[in-house]
Design a protein around this ligand. Structure first.
Ligand code: IVH
Length: 687
């Protein structure tokens, strides 16, 4: 494609995205993706000035104007947009441009929340609201006065009898957004994609009763021609807006550019507790007299810049759909995505849960989709952008056979999941082993998926207990990539140590369906050892608090399977601990105390030190706060150490920590000696 064609295509695409965003309130791509395309167009136009065009979307503010829906009114002063950045370097560049024009280094800025709603301007005459306009295309807005008057926090009369124009953002509080979508889903209406779309769709409703019922809110951040009221500081103008009886977010600070990172971090934390959506921060030159000197570009003022937070949503394409076989045989479809950044991490895959979900969301290979992180961790496909389909997309067929072993998949009674019920399926074995070695189970370090896969492939891991034979295959281990002598030794030690893992953890590691950590703890305490547990009837199990029908049935069924009994016997023969270990010899000397380790420790890995603390009754925290009693600081400890010092928390070196627990404690070595005397030690005492 020639550069000219590229430019023309980008313009056309961007205009289409703008239309869907501003007019239809139904974005086709995420804000981040949109900003990327706009930046690409800007730099191409910069490179080929001959191809510049005043009608390019790089010169215009996205327009929300639909034909004849509302009366059109020209703004007295254009309502501009803001230039966006995603990094602090761009903010420093912005500052340098300001300094160059003003010829003064000592610039003060304000920093405030960037609200994610739709912009509005209110015109008051002698204290009375006479007109409210949307931004429209920035030059001409739409008259939505009637609707604006339905917003409870916007006063019809100001507290002072003045004439002025104030600009701000109409938002739908997150709590109201959730309620609204719940009702819409109940009524079989399409839910709104996010609070911004809901706010925009609501304000541009023709029925003001609907507007009234939705409980919109509004916050203001700009007083037009503030000089008229003898105000020369933006910060002061925000105070004045509040004095007039209009709401600001109340979250704004004056600062110097050297403090910019500090405030970005501070505001990022605050915004998580707000009932309205914010998508970034706005940094503005505080001295209003400088605004005129700095002036505007066609689209945005040179005295302000927006810093955008990493977006919670991203748009990307589904390249393929693969199938993942889980530990219990459940087959989960997974979307393989074109790599995209989401909340600061690169995402390549997203779970699609099950085939009913694929059908409900009408997901096809080749589709553009919105993805989002559920509970901030696992990416999910939220929605397909059907408008971007080309006709080339491929439907996903529901598989009939397990993708790994080929056996027929079944659907268990009443459940949506497809399941592979072949006990010899290698994928199931792989997942079982990964689960068995995980931190909360046997806590075996260094047995990654690749090694497990390889050993299953060469037939050295046929069942979970074969892990305890791995020491026989040092040569095979060495031939694996990245397995040096040291890491093999660590792995084999870790396998050996796992034999002394606590009974409740071993129980959890067996992977009995519905027996998670919590249940495993209860069962371990109650049964004391595996032989007792194996003998228990369903009725006896049901007598235990927190054990219901489903769990009891699952446990009984597990022990009825001779293969499981064989596994347990094999594990016992290898020396795996299947009994509750009493704490008689030791005290919970760290009971009630909280710890955190930071920096690089010489002797312990993080999870080892954490285990020692927990085994001795202490609690391991994830952050420094006033609830922390001890910070164990290794070399190169950074901000955590600083914060702990500021809070007056006791700082321990590794040696201090060892002293603290040295008497009567349960360090890993002591654990071995206390809990399961080694055979040869026992023999020594005979002589
Ligand atoms: S100042 C002339 N401050 O973001 C500059 N805008 O992406 C006027 N916005 O059109 C804008 N929070 O709708 C400003 N604290 C804030 C803001 C804010 C949200 C919106 C506004 C603007 C858009 C630009």
């Amino acid at each position: 494609m020639s550069e000219k064609d590229k430019i023309l295509k980008l313009r056309k695409d961007i205009e289409r995205y703008n239309y869907y965003y501003y007019v239809k309130n139904e974005p086709l791509i995420s804000d981040t993706e949109f900003d990327k395309l706009l930046k690409e167009l800007e730099s191409l136009e910069e490179k080929y000035p001959a191809l510049k065009d005043e009608n390019s979307p790089t010169n215009k503010v996205g327009s929300s104007i639909e034909n004849n829906k509302f009366k059109k009114v020209e703004h007295k002063k254009p309502m501009l947009s803001l230039s966006n950045t995603y990094n602090t370097q761009d903010i420093l560049d912005f500052h340098n441009r300001v300094v160059k024009i003003i010829e003064n280094n000592h610039i003060e800025y304000t920093i405030e929340m960037k609200l994610d709603g739709l912009s509005i301007t209110l015109i008051y005459e002698n204290g009375e609201l006479i007109q409210a306009l949307t931004r429209g295309d920035g030059v001409i807005g739409e008259d939505v006065t009637e609707n604006i008057l339905q917003i409870k926090s916007i006063p019809k009369y100001l507290k002072e009898n003045i004439s002025c124009e104030v600009r701000g953002e109409v938002v739908l509080p997150i709590s109201e957004f959730k309620k609204l979508n719940e009702t819409r889903i109940k009524n079989n209406e399409e839910p709104f994609a996010n609070p911004r779309n809901a706010a925009s769709g609501t304000l541009r409703q023709l029925d003001k009763e609907i507007v009234k019922s939705r409980n919109l809110d509004a916050y203001f951040y700009f007083l037009v021609d503030a000089e008229k009221y003898n105000i020369t500081s933006h910060f002061e103008s925000l105070k004045y807006i509040e004095k007039l009886g209009l709401k600001t977010t109340g979250i704004y600070k004056k600062f110097k550019i050297s403090e910019v990172e500090k405030y970005i971090n501070e505001f990022d934390k605050i915004r998580k507790n707000l009932d309205y959506e914010t998508d970034g921060l706005v940094i503005k030159v505080d001295n209003i007299n400088l605004h005129d000197i700095l002036g505007n570009t066609t689209k945005s003022p040179r005295w302000a810049i927006a810093y955008k937070f990493p977006s919670k949503q991203a748009t990307t394409k589904i390249k393929d759909i693969t199938l993942q076989v889980g530990r219990t045989g459940v087959v989960t479809p997974v979307a393989e995505l074109e790599e995209v950044e989401l909340s600061g991490s690169m995402i390549k895959r997203a779970s699609l849960h099950n085939f009913e979900e694929i059908e409900r969301k009408d997901i096809k290979i080749g589709d553009t989709v919105f993805i989002e992180k559920a509970a901030e961790i696992i990416p999910q496909v939220v929605k397909v952008v059907k408008e971007l389909r080309t006709g080339e997309e491929k439907s996903i067929e529901i598989p009939k056979n397990c993708p790994v072993c080929g056996s027929e998949l079944i659907k268990e009674n009443g459940l949506v999941a497809l399941k592979c019920i072949n006990d010899n399926c290698s994928a199931k074995l792989q997942r079982k082993i990964e689960y068995f070695v995980s931190r909360d189970a046997m806590n075996i370090d260094g047995l990654g998926s690749k090694i497990v896969e390889k050993f299953i492939e060469i037939g050295k891991l046929k069942n979970v207990d074969d892990i305890y034979n791995l020491h026989k295959y040092k040569l095979e281990l060495i031939s694996l990539d990245k397995m040096g002598e040291k890491s093999i030794e660590n792995l084999l030690n870790s396998i050996e140590n796992s034999k002394n893992q606590k009974y409740e953890k071993v129980l959890y590691a067996l992977g009995i369906p519905f027996v998670g950590k919590f249940t495993a703890n209860i069962l371990a305490k109650y049964s004391q050892n595996i032989d007792n547990l194996m003998k228990m009837t369903k009725e006896e199990l049901l007598e235990i608090e927190n054990i219901g029908e489903k769990i009891a049935d699952s446990i009984v069924k597990y022990f009825e399977n001779p293969e499981n009994i064989e596994l347990i016997n094999n594990l016992k023969n290898y020396g795996v601990n299947f009994a509750l270990t009493t704490d008689n010899n030791t005290q919970n000397i760290l009971e009630g105390k909280t710890f955190l380790a930071t920096g690089s420790l010489k002797k312990y890995k993080r999870n080892e030190i954490r285990d020692i603390i927990e085994n001795n009754g202490g609690k391991y925290l994830s952050a420094v706060s006033k609830n922390l009693n001890y910070l164990i600081a290794g070399e190169k400890a950074g901000s955590k150490l600083k914060k702990a010092e500021e809070l007056g928390i006791t700082i321990l070196s590794e040696e201090d920590f060892e002293k603290l627990i040295s008497q009567n404690s349960k360090t890993p070595e002591n654990n071995i000696k206390n809990e399961t005397p080694k055979k040869d030690e026992g023999q020594k005492t005979l002589f």
